[in-house]
Ligand binder design. Sequence first.
Ligand code: ADP
Ligand code: MG
Length: 251
Amino acid sequence: MNALEIKNLNVTIGETPILRDFSLTIPRGEVHALMGPNGTGKSTLAKVLAGHEDYTVQSGEILLDGESILGKEADEISHAGLFLAFQYPLEIPGVSIANFIRAALQARLPEGEEINAVQYYKNLYAKMDALQMDRKFTARSLNEGFSGGEKKRCEILQMSMLDPKYAVMDETDSGLDIDALRVVAEGVNLMRGPERGFLVITHYQRLLNYIVPDKVHIMYDGHIVQTGGKELAIELEEKGYEWVSRELATA
Ligand code: ADP
Ligand code: MG
């Protein structure tokens, strides 16, 4: 099946269960939004998908187009076609954006094969033009001294160059200003298409004013308690997260 499938995932940190029987399927071509109150396990899900080592998967499955990615290293998962955009991107002083992305692409090639530099820059500049990024940007150190919007733009550029089958964006909770929100939304909208699936994690409905999702899932206490269309996000905004804990959290 051409989908990112998460089946009955149970995840703990130390002794504490965080994801509880979490299931979600994102077919290619769809954009799904995952919303939920703070502390409900949204970022944990993103990190587990990326192969983060702090978490213990007790049971369940994660399949990418039918192949298990559970237990794989982060770079293998990326290679398999999953891109994770994090809430707080790394800063890497001394490494330019152009070289960072080039290294990531080089790492995917078979031994002995070199990236064609001319082709690489042609592709990079075409992607930057599409994202309306200044070319001078590529020479700067990764995320060092970047504004929120610039970090997001840089992340979207990485995503666009890596051309993943599935992208998971954890934008939750914090200080994304309107500029950064727009950058994320434009990037997602540009890359949306029948060959790619997106999971957009967000605490606030406002991001979904710019990215219209095919489905909206509400997460509470480690699993999804309600699924609907884009109107569910608006209902959630109107009723507030109180509604989730009062009426939806039955399990
Ligand atoms: P969300 O992104 O939905 O706000 P998180 O996935 O960040 O939720 O957190 C889910 C729960 O797991 C919270 O109770 C949080 O305190 C706990 N948690 C997350 N990461 C860690 C960690 N590294 N060590 C201990 N507890 C953690
Ligand atoms: Mg979070």
